[in-house]
Design a protein around this ligand. Structure first.
Ligand code: XMP
Length: 527
């Protein structure tokens, strides 16, 4: 295992992904975790991530006391990246100072010493490479036993190592694509310097998860799972079904916030293609009555999360009547980014979706929930879930579906979702947009596409008449994992056709705009 200690860098999750893509399993936990949490995981390599702090600030986060000694006496290799490097230097007796010149963005570094077996392998003195830097502080003096192996073009320390102690540091970010040789460096570091063996496969994780589920769920216990028709819950349910068979009971909740004909479509494909037993609950009135008059996005999310849980509890109660035993567990398709984003390391200064948005499958669960959670995907990224689904023979149409947020159209109708026929209008617009994308053969090249209902009206002219109607926005983005995203470029002709179709067939819409903002600074959803 390669363990990443997260000190709040926006790139931390990327390190995890990059290492997994080299067939080495990696996990990321908060950088301020106690030493016992680190030793329990028994890592072979620990990577200290970057972060927005300066080691000089008193409250800046650090690895736990005793960590360097533990690493050294157990032969654990340590690599610090950016802030991680500065932590190593400062905590081991060197000095970090505010840099005379700050280094942000693309820079060139050159190797200072021939480094066979070191960080740069066979690179020769003077070899150059472009890297991505992002730091204000710099190393002034090194702790005993360390040496500089590369410097930036401005002369700042760019890489250090202490081969005897097996401590290494890179001032730049090898994990980002703007460091073109970064992946090669990470690969060399893991396989040659640390002697890690590649061999981790999705099949291992599947077998491991099945074992864990079997041992967690008692032999007589029953489990419920909320299926949404999306990739995550479908793969999670299929995995749990493989582990415990028909003691899994799935429920599909129509909360009145679904897309056009979604309930009929999803229920039909569950039965036809997945052969999972699914009960459909129509809870439209329950959700919409609770959402009436609510405009605050966070309150909407919390209400929806709470209603979902009350439905699961009721479903569990109903099953108790039938089975004579109450289901004890609830399966959730929580993914790794939800976990990372919901639990930023304390003191990291990072305010992720924990405060930006309460993803209802993580942040919004009530503390007094009676069902215990099973989250078999909580270590995986979305593309890894798709890989797992493939191994589990989940049909392509599920695996390729664009993500759809748990709170559904509630976060795509800005303002009160029950006002007028906003939901109905949005469903029609969304259907036209998505169907056009499918017809043009673009669906699989887009991470997510959808329409948003805006709480404004604009003046238009339709059939010689003045109208004062609704405005909708179209959004389509590309992304690897939903954590960053770019807007998708459509040809003019495509957009022209879609907008024409929307205005001609959806009553109440006289203006369509396109959202061309990336994430960051925006998020993918509007609320
Ligand atoms: P944002 O809007 O935060 O979304 O950039 C990132 C990805 O997460 C989806 N999303 C959610 N998924 N429950 C979910 O299951 C939620 O509450 C939720 N909010 C956003 C969003 O659609 C995008 O794919």
């Amino acid at each position: 295992l390669v363990l990443i200690l997260d000190f709040g860098s926006q790139y931390t999750h990327l390190i995890t992904r990059r290492i997994r893509s080299l067939s080495v399993f990696s996990l990321c936990i908060s950088g301020t975790s106690p030493l016992s949490a680190i030793t329990e995981l028994n890592p072979r390599v620990v990577i200290l991530s970057g972060g927005p702090h300066s080691v000089h600030t008193p409250e800046s986060p650090s690895f736990p006391p005793g960590f360097p000694e533990w690493a050294q006496s157990n032969g654990v290799v340590v690599l610090g990246i950016c802030y991680g490097l500065q932590l190593i230097v400062q905590r081991l007796g060197g000095e970090v100072r505010v840099g005379e010149k700050q280094e942000y963005g693309r820079m060139e570094i050159h190797v200072e010493r021939n480094a066979a077996q070191g960080l740069f392998g066979s690179k020769m003195v003077g070899d150059r490479q472009a890297v991505w830097m992002s730091h204000g502080d710099e190393v002034a003096t090194l702790p005993d036993g360390f040496e500089v192996v590369a410097r930036s073009q401005q002369g700042a320390v760019a890489a250090i190592e202490n081969r005897a102690k097996r401590f290494y540091g890179l001032q730049y970010h090898p994990e980002v694509t703007h460091s073109p040789e970064g992946m090669e460096t990470l690969q060399y570091f893991l396989f040659e310097v640390c002697g890690v063996a590649a061999g981790w496969k999705m099949e291992n994780l599947m077998d491991e998860e099945i074992k864990v589920i079997k041992s967690t769920v008692g032999i007589e216990d029953h489990v419920i799972c909320a299926l949404s028709g999306g990739v995550d819950s479908t793969v999670a349910a299929t995995l749990v079904h493989k582990a415990i068979g028909d003691r899994l009971h799935c429920v599909f909740v129509d909360n009145g916030l679904l897309r056009y004909k979604e309930r009929e479509r999803v229920m039909e494909t569950f039965e036809r293609d997945l052969h999972l037993p699914v009960t459909c609950v129509d809870a439209t009135d329950q959700f919409l009555s609770k959402l009436k008059g609510v405009v605050d996005p966070e309150i909407k999310r919390k209400i929806i999360g709470k209603e979902f849980i009350s439905i699961f509890d009721a479903f569990a109660q109903e099953l108790e009547g039938k089975l004579g035993k109450k289901p004890a567990y609830l399966v959730q398709g929580t993914l790794y980014p939800d976990v990372i984003e919901s639990c930023p390391p304390p003191g990291s200064g990072r305010t992720h979706s924990h405060t930006i948005k309460s993803h209802h499958n993580v942040g919004g669960l009530p503390k007094d929930m009676k069902l215990k959670l099973i989250e078999p995907l909580k270590l995986l990224f979305k593309d890894e879930v798709r890989q797992l689904g493939k191994i589990l023979n989940v049909p392509e149409q599920f695996l390729k579906r664009h993500p759809f947020p748990g709170p559904g159209l509630a976060v795509r109708v800005l303002g009160d979702v029950t006002e007028g026929n906003a939901l109905d209008i949005l469903r029609q617009v969304d259907e036209i947009f998505i169907q056009s994308i499918k017809d043009a053969g673009l669906y699989d090249s887009i991470w997510q596409a959808f329409a948003v209902f805006l709480p404004v009206r604009s003046v238009g002219v339709q059939g010689d008449q003045r109208t004062h109607s609704h405005v909708v926005a179209l959004r389509a983005v590309t992304s690897q994992d939903g954590m960053t995203a770019d807007w998708y470029y459509f040809e003019h002709k495509f957009l022209d056709d879609v907008v024409r179709k929307i205005c001609n067939s959806v009553r109440g819409v006289n203006r369509v705009v396109q959202d061309i903002t990336s994430k960051p600074p925006s998020t993918i959803e509007w609320e």
